[in-house]
Ligand binder design. Structure first.
Ligand code: HEC
Ligand code: HEC
Ligand code: HEC
Ligand code: HEC
Ligand code: HEC
Ligand code: HEC
Ligand code: HEC
Ligand code: HEC
Ligand code: HEC
Ligand code: HEC
Length: 305
């Protein structure tokens, strides 16, 4: 709550700051039109012409408004000084900083997918829109790098390493993208997961596991991530631990399985090896507990059918 309030306060202060700079600028700066810019920046003019932003027929675009200066701000001072300063560069590393950079984009993109930008993890870590976007590149979504994965990889190398593991969501095969699960601009859920919760996200594609089942396995209903990891794992099926250890994190019941050393009265006379064999052999606990996500079988209480 405190951080939220602080964020709101900072936003208000920043808006005020921008307003003041804006009006200070407006007082002596004039809009000079895109044609003036073209005289010295033909290459940027060309790249912009291929961009969604340059569609004049759409009244919401920069082209239908102030052209280049919709984003870069009024350019008279810059032109008078033969290109020495006096203009917003909008680059992620510019001295203007992310608040000023982002305001240029947010004037048109503060709704829809960007509605939760304020207070998001990425805003909080001082990213600019242009850390990921380059409006003079004309690939899908004007991304700053060749693809989405390439863009995210600039800063999230560990995730990339996870994706190289044996079991992984098919992102490097090009069948999925980071944005199938994340909205980089901000979300209601933690970790930029683009859904009400992690489980609702998983059910979007794994709907067969949604239930309700006659016999549920409580951790499945509560959190897929109590057994799975989202990006990649060196065990099978994206598991975050190997069976039987995975199961033993929660099941230490003495009557049956949990503890590998446990023997029931029915085991009297059997060798320890033989008793344990079927629990640590082949698929371990899953040899018998095949319906690990829940089942509708009338006698499936113990998730064995
Ligand atoms: C008289 C020539 C001239 C005109 C007209 C001109 N520029 Fe520039 N501009 C330059 C020069 C020279 C530079 C600095 C050299 C460079 O980095 O390319 C520059 C740099 C820039 C930069 C980078 C600033 C930075 O801090 O990195 C932007 C953005 C820019 N111009 C946008 C515009 C826009 C928008 C217009 C029209 C409003 C415009 N320019 C008109 C000559 C001009
Ligand atoms: C004057 C308004 C305006 C400004 C300023 C503006 N945009 Fe846009 N932008 C638009 C419109 C309109 C579209 C087309 C949206 C649509 O079709 O729904 C668009 C589309 C986009 C797209 C999608 C491109 C695609 O290929 O689908 C991206 C990404 C984008 N803008 C990023 C930015 C960034 C980053 C900035 C700041 C540097 C910015 N925009 C500044 C109006 C603006
Ligand atoms: C951390 C990287 C990142 C940052 C920072 C970022 N974006 Fe995006 N943006 C993306 C990705 C990835 C997509 C493509 C999403 C997709 O294809 O579903 C996208 C798509 C968009 C789109 C087009 C689709 C839509 O949601 O309407 C717009 C517009 C946009 N971004 C604007 C912005 C603005 C404005 C900012 C700054 C406030 C910003 N972005 C900051 C990564 C980023
Ligand atoms: C939708 C917003 C937007 C519009 C419209 C736009 N630009 Fe840009 N421009 C940017 C952003 C963002 C950058 C930062 C670098 C990048 O992302 O490529 C940039 C960078 C530049 C740079 C180079 C800065 C540098 O030194 O690398 C120049 C020059 C430039 N723009 C000129 C223009 C001109 C000329 C026009 C009009 C024909 C124009 N821009 C229209 C957003 C815009
Ligand atoms: C310029 C660097 C940068 C880029 C590019 C970037 N991120 Fe981030 N991202 C960060 C930082 C910094 C954090 C804050 C948490 C941290 O330190 O890991 C973060 C946090 C996150 C989080 C939440 C993690 C948490 O612990 O709350 C997710 C999810 C995420 N980014 C996804 C993405 C995706 C998807 C992309 C590509 C569309 C992307 N990021 C691109 C820098 C970046
Ligand atoms: C199948 C859905 C899914 C896909 C696809 C996905 N993620 Fe995630 N990601 C998640 C979930 C769920 C979490 C939350 C993990 C948690 O809460 O512990 C997460 C967490 C993260 C985090 C926070 C740090 C961490 O590892 O826990 C980052 C950073 C991140 N993802 C980046 C990415 C990037 C970059 C991509 C694309 C290469 C990507 N994700 C693709 C679901 C996904
Ligand atoms: C956008 C769709 C999508 C979302 C969302 C999604 N998945 Fe997947 N999942 C897939 C696809 C596609 C595969 C690969 C299926 C195949 O190869 O047959 C897969 C495979 C898996 C596998 C099996 C991996 C293996 O190596 O056998 C597990 C486990 C899994 N997902 C768990 C999750 C969890 C947990 C979540 C929520 C954090 C989730 N998925 C969200 C699409 C999705
Ligand atoms: C109690 C641990 C546990 C939880 C919680 C769990 N899973 Fe699993 N999941 C497993 C195990 C173990 C396997 C491997 C099954 C096998 O090898 O037969 C698996 C396999 C999978 C697979 C691969 C295909 C299949 O059905 O065998 C998918 C997809 C999957 N899980 C998705 C999910 C989703 C989505 C959730 C949350 C709704 C979830 N899991 C919760 C333990 C769990
Ligand atoms: C995150 C904790 C957790 C993990 C990990 C977990 N379980 Fe469970 N499991 C539970 C809880 C809680 C119950 C409900 C316990 C109860 O009703 O007494 C349960 C119930 C069960 C039941 C049904 C018990 C009954 O009521 O008859 C079986 C069988 C079972 N788990 C097997 C497994 C197996 C096999 C694994 C490993 C693949 C596993 N569990 C992993 C928490 C977990
Ligand atoms: C050879 C088949 C088999 C193997 C292997 C097996 N189980 Fe079971 N398990 C059963 C059967 C059958 C039941 C039902 C017993 C009953 O109702 O008395 C059961 C019941 C359970 C129960 C619920 C009853 C209780 O004692 O609380 C849990 C929890 C459980 N198993 C966990 C595990 C775990 C964890 C493993 C792996 C270490 C495992 N099982 C391996 C067959 C097996």
């Amino acid at each position: 709550m405190k951080t939220r309030l602080l964020t709101l306060f900072c936003m208000a202060a920043a808006t005020l700051l921008i307003r003041t700079t804006d009006s200070a600028r407006a007082a002596d700066e004039q809009y000079v039109s895109s044609e003036t810019c073209m005289a010295c920046h033909e290459d940027y003019f060309d790249s912009y012409q291929k961009n969604r932003h340059s569609i004049a027929a759409d009244p919401r675009t920069p082209e239908a408004q102030m052209g280049c200066e919709s984003c870069h701000g009024p350019g008279s001072e810059h032109v008078d000084a033969d290109g020495e300063g006096g203009i917003l560069s909008l680059k992620a590393d510019s001295a203007d900083g992310p608040v000023v950079n982002n305001a240029a984009c947010l004037q048109c993109h503060s709704k829809g997918g960007q509605a939760l930008w304020h207070g998001s993890e990425h805003e909080g870590r001082s990213l600019s829109c242009t850390s990921c976007h380059s409006t003079h590149k004309n690939n899908a979504q004007n991304l700053a790098y060749a693809s989405q994965e390439e863009t995210c990889r600039q800063c999230h190398k560990p995730v990339r390493a996870e994706l190289m593991r044996q079991s992984h969501h098919p992102i490097r095969e090009g069948k999925m993208r980071c944005s199938d699960c994340h909205n980089a601009h901000g979300t209601i859920a933690d970790k930029l997961v683009d859904a009400q919760s992690v489980n609702t996200k998983c059910f979007e594609c794994h709907a067969d596991l949604r239930g309700p089942f006659l016999w549920e396995h409580p951790p499945v209903v509560e959190a897929c991530l109590s057994c799975h990891t989202p990006h990649g794992s060196s065990r099978n099926a994206l598991l975050n631990a190997k069976t039987p250890y995975l199961c033993q994190r929660c099941h230490s019941n003495a009557s049956h399985p949990g503890g590998l050393g446990a023997r029931s009265s029915a085991d009297a006379g059997e060798s320890v090896y033989r008793v344990l064999n079927n629990r640590v052999f082949y698929r371990d606990c899953l040899n018998c507990h095949v319906a690990i996500h829940g089942t509708n079988h009338p006698s499936g209480k113990s998730l064995v059918r």
